[in-house]
Design a protein around this ligand. Structure first.
Ligand code: HEM
Length: 445
């Protein structure tokens, strides 16, 4: 946005060349962001994973970039610098007109009716997954939830039951994991057996797999997301085969780790706050094991808990952009061609926006309190502007359904002083697997 007053230059955080603030960020992003904000304000510059980045902090700076009024911030080149070529062609990595066209078409895959269908398919898949869990006093919740959500994605997104070749689902899941892990590799060269090399091989396998099933998905409409994408049509516009493949690979990634970390954060806090665990169990006691989307919508207490978990630990703590022309944020100049990090995590924890921000207090989102209303951009776990998460309602239904089925089968506790040792090299995850004391509920039929 241009202002009448000439823009100022952003202050620079000096550090080790090529590394800059990277190590401080991965050690503890919140400590780093608070420090950066206190020393340099909402718009600053520093070295981050080998390049010069502009750092935006606080709801005003991040909000202005998300609104992107002068179309200066592009997504593809920004995210591409972080996640490499593995998710090319995905909706989040398209810009401007092309993005607009694809988003318009894809929206039809996320209508309420469609969501009701996906939710119905999720119910039995969640039940089958949870019934395989082996509860115990040291149950590693995070890897179990990660396996579960990946199974859900391949079943509900791809119509997994149709994948006939023995072991194929496992190979597809592994290829997908290789792509995600390669996105954070330090050595970014196409050498076999490195993380990057495995990622490229994984991408090829996923493409081959999806292409092999495309003709059949095009021929017979189905309810899974893969089939739906094949049949979307608006004013004669349709996705090409390449589009469908690219969107599927990105959607698998977008839906997987984000939902996993949200659910595992909820398991942690519900384990530390038995009063909320009891409240949610009581709220959903009248429902069967596999509620409909309408029934899930009625679970207000679940909404409060999920929102609070997304505030405390946003699964996507930083959004990436690159400027396609010179612009300014809050009166500070950002040159053309500059990588820009929107560190939305900080505004979820700023004491000027939230009362006791480090306390788990789902009631802050209740109709009487609505602390999130204090600023339009105070709570941004799904981003904002034209790239705002298209799967947020899908995610809400999936996380609620998993929590509901968990609460019907188990009760669990987590030590009150437990702090998850989070790894922030890519999306955050608890390095200890997040142990919980998980016990079967006698009442579950
Ligand atoms: C709790 C779970 C989730 C969180 C926290 C989350 C977060 C986000 C965020 C922050 C963005 C915006 C990125 C940016 O502006 O650069 C985004 C975009 C997106 N998400 Fe999600 N997401 C979640 C689940 C899902 C699910 C389940 C799906 C699909 C079923 C999905 C599909 C997408 C898509 C397609 C975009 C790109 C939108 C666009 O560029 O127009 N997400 N998500």
């Amino acid at each position: 946005m241009t202002s009448v007053v000439p823009p100022t230059r952003a202050p620079i955080r000096r550090g080790i060349p090529g590394i800059g603030g990277t190590l401080a960020y991965v050690k503890d992003p919140l400590v780093f962001m608070n420090d950066q904000y206190a020393r340099f304000g909402p718009v600053s510059e520093m070295g981050f994973i080998g390049k010069r980045w502009t750092i935006l902090l606080g709801p005003d700076a991040c909000g202005e970039a998300l609104r992107n009024a002068d179309k200066a911030f592009a997504s593809k080149a920004g995210w591409g610098a972080l996640v490499g070529p593995f998710f090319d062609g995905g909706l989040m990595l398209l810009d401007f007109e092309e993005h607009h066209r694809h988003r318009r078409l894809m929206q039809a895959a996320f209508t309420r009716d469609r969501l009701a269908g996906y939710t119905a398919a999720l119910g039995p898949a969640v039940a089958a997954g949870l019934d395989r869990w082996q509860p115990g006093p040291d149950f590693a919740a995070y890897p179990a939830l990660k396996d579960l959500t990946l199974d859900l994605a391949t079943q509900v997104f791809m119509g997994g039951a149709e994948l006939s070749e023995p072991g194929e689902l496992d190979r597809v899941n592994q290829a997908f994991i290789d792509c995600v892990q390669a996105a954070t590799a330090l050595v970014r060269l196409p050498i076999p057996f490195t993380r990057w090399g495995r990622g490229l091989a994984g991408r090829r396998l996923l493409e081959k797999f999806l292409r092999r099933h495309l003709a059949q998905k095009r021929a017979t409409p189905g309810e899974d997301l893969f089939s739906v994408l094949c049949h979307l049509s608006e004013d004669g516009d349709q996705f090409t085969d390449d589009d469908v493949v690219n969107h599927m690979i990105f959607l698998l990634m977008a839906a997987h780790d984000t939902s996993t970390i949200t659910t595992s954060t909820a398991m942690q806090y519900l384990g530390q706050h038995p009063e909320w665990q009891d409240r949610l169990r009581a709220e959903a006691a009248h429902l069967g094991d596999q509620p409909t989307l309408d029934e899930l919508d009625g679970l207000d207490g679940f909404d409060l808990v999920i929102k609070e978990c997304l505030r405390l630990l946003p699964p996507v703590p930083v959004l990436a952009r690159k400027t396609v022309k010179e612009t300014e944020i809050l009166g500070t100049r950002i040159p053309a061609g500059r990588l820009t990090a929107l560190m939305v995590h900080l505004q979820h924890h700023q004491p000027e926006l939230w009362k006791d921000p480090e306390t788990f207090d789902p009631g802050r989102f209740s109709a009487e309190r609505r602390e999130d209303k204090v600023h339009r951009h105070a709570w941004e776990p799904f981003g904002g502007g034209v790239h705002k998460c298209l799967g947020m309602f899908f995610a809400g239904a999936e996380v609620k359904l998993i929590l509901h089925q968990l609460l019907r089968r188990y009760s669990w506790t987590v030590a009150p002083d437990y702090v998850a040792p989070l790894n922030y090299y890519s999306l955050p995850y608890p390095q200890d697997g997040q142990p919980v004391d998980l016990q079967p509920l006698r009442t579950h039929a």
